[in-house]
Write a protein that binds this ligand. Structure first.
Ligand SMILES: Cc1cc2nc3c(=O)[nH]c(=O)nc-3n(C[C@H](O)[C@H](O)[C@H](O)COP(=O)(O)O)c2cc1C
Length: 186
């Protein structure tokens, strides 16, 4: 069975651009690897701040419908691509919360961190690599850092023509994809 890679949209803001970044990343990764890719949007899971589960996530003894749905979705994949913005020097609370909901589901799997921000989001990427490694995931070295500066936006604050705007980042996404392929063959 072909491996499944889930690309996780980490921003849940109403006026986000994470969906555009994730779509671009999916196109490039799909064209440069043999895997199946699926977008997973945190917005669809409506996870409240981790407060209504009585047990720690590592026991995988869930009681809430939203946790069970999230666990079932994440369990399906062999690998994850976290597409994360940088908020004040780190990852958004929405992503940390979604990661913290689960434990065993993530462990041992190769991952790619793709950041985006006005300055590319390298602080967020470093924090996320640390968190995911600490939890037993295996992040590849290359962390594409995509610029979503105001000059790349239209009046609605959306990215104007992502294929053109993000073209200079294609190579680093392809490099990360190759590292992901390599990590499966190790
Ligand atoms: C709360 C907040 C904090 C931000 N902090 C940073 C930052 O530390 N560094 C940076 O380069 N851009 C920062 N930005 C700009 C965002 O990275 C940029 O707006 C990006 O598009 C946000 O992703 P989203 O639109 O998908 O939510 C910040 C934006 C927000 C909303």
């Amino acid at each position: 069975m072909t491996k499944l890679v889930q690309i996780i949209i980490s921003s849940v803001r109403t006026s986000r651009v994470g969906d555009q970044v994730a779509a671009y990343v999916k196109n490039v990764m799909q064209a440069s690897s043999p895997y199946r890719f699926e977008i997973v949007d945190l917005k669809d899971y409506q996870l409240p701040l981790l407060s209504d589960e009585p047990n720690i996530p590592a026991y995988k003894n869930y009681t809430q419908k939203h946790t069970i749905a999230w666990s079932e979705k994440i369990s399906q994949a062999d690998s994850y691509v976290f597409v994360t913005p940088e908020y004040n020097g780190s990852i958004p609370a929405s992503l940390k919360n979604a990661i913290d909901y689960l434990y065993q589901e993530w462990a041992g799997k190769p991952t790619v961190v793709v950041s985006y921000a006005n300055k590319g989001g390298s602080f967020a990427a470093e924090h996320l690599k640390f968190i995911t490694s600490r939890m037993g995931m295996k992040p590849v070295n290359t962390t594409p850092a995509i610029l979503t500066t105001p000059d790349r936006r239209d009046e609605q604050n959306r990215i104007l023509n992502p294929e053109v705007a993000f073209e200079s980042h294609r190579e680093s996404i392809e490099k990360a994809t190759q590292e992901l392929v390599n990590s499966f063959s190790q």
